[in-house]
Ligand binder design. Structure first.
Ligand code: MN
Ligand code: MN
Length: 299
């Protein structure tokens, strides 16, 4: 494989790995590890069902909002916050299967007032901004300053909180490093840096909470990413922790995809993803890779 093919492969693995985690975890969203164990033993397949009554392989808001960001950037060929907000608006109007409260409020404030930045709010430290970060990382690959700027901009459409900002930036940086082929020890230093800046993110020992609070989400993703040895092991362990399982498994899937590459994403999961999502995500990966060579801002 050429270096270009290898990078395209990893770009695809980020977006498809993310969607795979969403579809695996969604049926057990809001369940405890004990409830999952008594119902499924160990959940290893996309079973569908859950509180959203999903079809096997169906994705939720996490993947759909990720698609919104990726579509906005690739349609115009440039970064544009208004275009992203428009995609979110159209998505919200389409009556999605699920949408977080903070996301809904931010999108409604754009629709009603044209607001592109939510005011700071101490309660807005949910994982809703983090869960749509993968296209930002892919688009800004090679430019750390743009990553920081756009991570915060897109996050503040709905979530304006320093812990959400810090999580988005760290996650994006780790994806950049993994795309470059960094070892886990290097990624671990990035996680440790977040903990040094914000000790609340400390994940060793793992507190065992996997709620939608961005701190719990990051701790869960770090814990299972660093202790597992394959994409499959990482995503299964994350989903079986329950709680906000679709979101934690999706975020873990984006990072693990960048690190392990597409060959390591189980074929049986890729085949089970809804075909139109599979195709669009693969296509968007290629477009984001091309655009990352020539970043720009739309008027
Ligand atoms: Mn979801
Ligand atoms: Mn969720």
């Amino acid at each position: 494989m050429t270096a270009d093919d290898e990078l395209l492969n990893r770009y695809k693995a980020v977006l498809l790995g993310f969607a795979v985690g969403d579809a695996l975890g969604a049926p057990v969203e809001f369940m405890t590890p004990g409830e999952i164990a008594s119902k499924y033993g160990r959940l290893t397949e996309m079973v569908g069902g859950g509180w959203l009554r999903l079809k096997p392989g169906q994705v939720t808001d996490d993947t759909e909002m990720t698609l919104c960001v990726a579509r906005a950037v690739t349609t115009s060929g440039c970064w544009g916050l208004r275009a992203i907000a428009m995609e979110f608006s159209n998505w919200l109007k389409s009556k999605p299967v699920d949408v977080g409260d903070t996301c809904r409020r931010g999108i409604r404030n754009f629709m009603l007032k044209g607001q592109l930045e939510s005011p700071p709010n101490q309660w807005d430290a949910g994982n809703g901004a983090l869960m749509r970060m993968t296209p930002v990382a892919l688009y800004t690959f090679g430019n750390n300053e743009l990553l920081q700027k756009y991570a915060i901009e897109q996050g503040h459409l709905t979530h304006n909180h320093p812990l959400s900002d810090a999580a988005c930036i760290t996650y994006g940086r780790m994806i950049h490093l993994a795309l470059k082929g960094a070892e886990k020890s290097r990624l671990r230093r990035e996680a440790d840096r977040l903990v040094a800046d914000y000790p609340t993110f400390r994940f060793d020992p793992y507190p065992g909470l996997a709620t939608g609070y961005v701190v719990d989400t990051m701790q869960t993703v770090f814990h299972y990413f660093f202790r597992s040895r394959s994409f499959e092991e990482c995503i299964i362990a994350t989903a079986n922790q329950g709680g906000d399982a679709d979101t934690t498994a999706a975020i873990a899937g984006g990072l693990a995809g960048a690190y392990y590459g597409l060959e390591e994403v189980p074929q049986r999961w890729l085949r089970k993803l809804e075909k139109k999502y599979f195709n669009e995500l693969a296509d968007l990966a290629g477009k984001l890779l091309r655009l990352s060579a020539n970043q720009c801002i739309s008027a």
